[in-house]
Design a protein around this ligand. Structure first.
Ligand SMILES: Nc1ncnc2c1ncn2[C@@H]1O[C@H](COP(=O)(O)OP(=O)(O)OP(=O)(O)O)[C@@H](O)[C@H]1O
Length: 535
């Protein structure tokens, strides 16, 4: 199917993506047109010259007084006659005419001025001056940076955007600058962000070998890609979308008949995963519940889902009673019972898989189907457990976290950043896939993900915007797909329909599902769960 731009229903950021594709097509067309122009250039020049000569002749004729037109006509006719009589005359005349036309038709537009204009030079000079204190040393006999020095030597490449702001800049710096130190880098990155224009996100690529820093402005990530069926393999979950330069792969997203390719952050789970569990952190309202909802919708395609919601705001009510949803627990006792069941189920699967292996059989089907344990805000349950002298439900996550990979059990924990201290050690140790959402500082990203981002985070970001890191991989910018609660009054009709279309059919009556996790009847634990729930 032909790739076409986004429909008009998509707002700003998606439309921007579509515009990027249109711009690419235009660029291709422009390149083709440029090549054709190069080939046809002599013909175009001569034609233009002939047109100019003809209009000059016509002007001369109209300017000549009527009484002199007769002799002029006679003179022209005599010249033409003489030319035709001379040997090779007509041919020489045509050559002379073409030469005159070529000369007349030559391109006279002055070439565009090379290098930056005055305001751009001022910007570069001011950037250079701002860097002097950081990139100079009194002991340096030939400093690259000095007050009143030449920025041309320090900035070998630069580009400006249409608004006249820096779009791309290569900065050389002295070898003694401690570019291996995080603090030193951050100081330079913050300074460049401030001087190049706030409100945009910059990518900083430090070339420690070459003593060169490349600054590139990143376009905003598309913030309104709605929930939809993502074309992924079993065991792959789309966390969100990132920059095209960061990942090899793109995901075709469809809007009716329209298509757009977007680079995704894909998290692989299951037996071969090196980061089988995920921890998502974020400030209130940053969108971690939305991320969990998006993960749940994808997980339900190939597995069963158990939701334990400490937030208790009913944000997962749309999942209750759906095919594949084992339970949606909001009460402490229910959470405890469900997680106890999940721990036992993990052990049961492990034993079943081991027995099958010993017997030389493939793992049994009920141990192969993925089980997802999604826990939103466990710190609330921890707090309540402490207050009520009960067991912390987080303790029960230890078994699925430690052994879940082999048993096809995946744990996703979401927590508010300021309550991250309440997370159990097992949760921190075994969640190697990490996401942090919201307006965060570089330091907060580093604390959450274990590595600093290559950009200076913005002060204001849309919901669902943040960073992701899978294991020891690079830190990706991330925008979570728009997956709102379909039961929220503020959700638009289009979004509600998009989410509802992804939900499996409701196979269990909600009343039945609420007190006792409906599908837990598959396991030996539901009775326990029901007892705990009613106690
Ligand atoms: N990826 C996203 N795209 C668009 N809107 C989003 C996205 N993520 C969240 N939102 C919107 O932001 C608001 C808060 O989202 P959400 O409830 O997921 O945040 P949260 O971090 O769980 O906060 P809280 O803990 O307070 O519920 C909602 O209105 C939601 O629709």
């Amino acid at each position: 199917m032909a790739r076409r731009p986004l429909p008009r229903i998509l707002s700003k950021d998606s439309a921007q993506l579509a515009r990027t594709q249109i711009a690419r097509s235009r660029e291709l067309a422009r390149t083709a047109a440029d090549s054709a122009t190069d080939v046809l250039h002599p013909l175009i020049t001569v034609t233009r010259g002939l047109r100019l000569l003809a209009s000059a002749a016509l002007r001369r004729w109209t300017d000549t007084p009527k009484d002199r037109r007769g002799p002029l006509l006679f003179l022209v006719a005599s010249v033409i006659l003489a030319v035709t009589l001379v040997p090779y005359g007509p041919m020489l005349a045509v050559i002379a005419l073409m030469a005159a036309a070529g000369w007349q038709g030559r391109d006279r537009t002055p070439p565009p001025p090379e290098g930056p204009d005055e305001s751009q030079t001022d910007r570069l000079q001011s950037l250079y001056e701002a860097l002097v204190p950081y990139f100079s040393s009194p002991e340096d006999p030939a400093p690259l940076y000095a007050h009143g020095g030449e920025w041309e030597k320090a900035f070998p490449a630069h580009e400006f955007d249409d608004a006249g702001r820096v779009g791309h800049l290569v900065i050389r710096y002295p070898a003694y600058f401690p570019d291996g130190e995080h603090e030193a880098r951050v100081r330079i990155e913050q300074l460049l962000t401030a001087k190049s224009g706030r409100g945009r996100e910059y990518r900083f690529a430090w070339d420690e070998e070459g003593n060169q820093l490349t600054v590139t402005v990143l376009p905003p990530l598309p913030a309104d890609i709605p929930a939809q069926h993502f074309v992924t393999a079993p065991g792959e979950t789309v966390l969100g979308f990132t920059d095209p330069s960061e990942v090899q792969r793109t995901l075709p997203l469809s809007y009716g008949e329209e298509h757009i390719d977007v680079p995704p952050v894909v998290w692989r789970t299951g037996v071969r995963s090196t980061e089988p569990h995920l921890l998502a952190l974020g400030h209130p309202g940053a969108g971690v519940s939305t991320l969990l909802r998006s993960i749940a919708l994808q997980a339900l395609q190939y597995g069963d889902v158990l939701v334990v919601d400490g937030g208790g705001t009913g944000e997962y009510a749309c999942l209750t009673g759906r095919d594949g949803v084992l339970a949606v627990e909001c009460a402490p006792s229910g959470a405890l019972a469900s997680l106890e069941w999940a721990a036992q189920e993990t052990e049961r699967r492990l034993i079943a898989i081991n027995l099958a292996r010993q017997a030389g059989d493939p793992p049994p089907a009920d141990a192969r189907r993925a089980l997802w344990i999604l826990v939103d805000r466990p710190s609330v349950f921890t707090h309540l457990a402490e207050a009520g002298g009960r067991r912390d439900p987080q303790d029960l996550l230890q078994v699925p976290l430690r052994h879940g990979r082999a048993a096809n059990v995946t744990v996703v924990v979401a927590e508010q950043s300021d309550a991250a201290d309440a997370l159990a050690d097992a949760v921190r140790q075994h969640t190697r896939a990490r996401v942090v959402l919201g307006a965060v500082t570089s330091r907060q990203v580093e604390t959450a993900l274990g590595a600093a981002p290559h950009t200076v985070p913005l002060g204001h970001v849309p919901p669902g915007r943040g960073y992701a890191r899978l294991g020891s991989g690079p830190v990706h910018r991330l925008q979570v797909p728009r997956t709102p609660d379909p039961y929220d009054d503020a959700t638009s009709d289009a979004d509600r329909q998009a989410v509802l279309a992804l939900l499996p059919p409701r196979t269990t009556a909600v009343e039945a599902a609420t007190p006792q996790p409906a599908n837990l009847t598959k396991s030996p634990v539901p009775a326990k769960a029901a007892v705990a729930e009613s106690s």
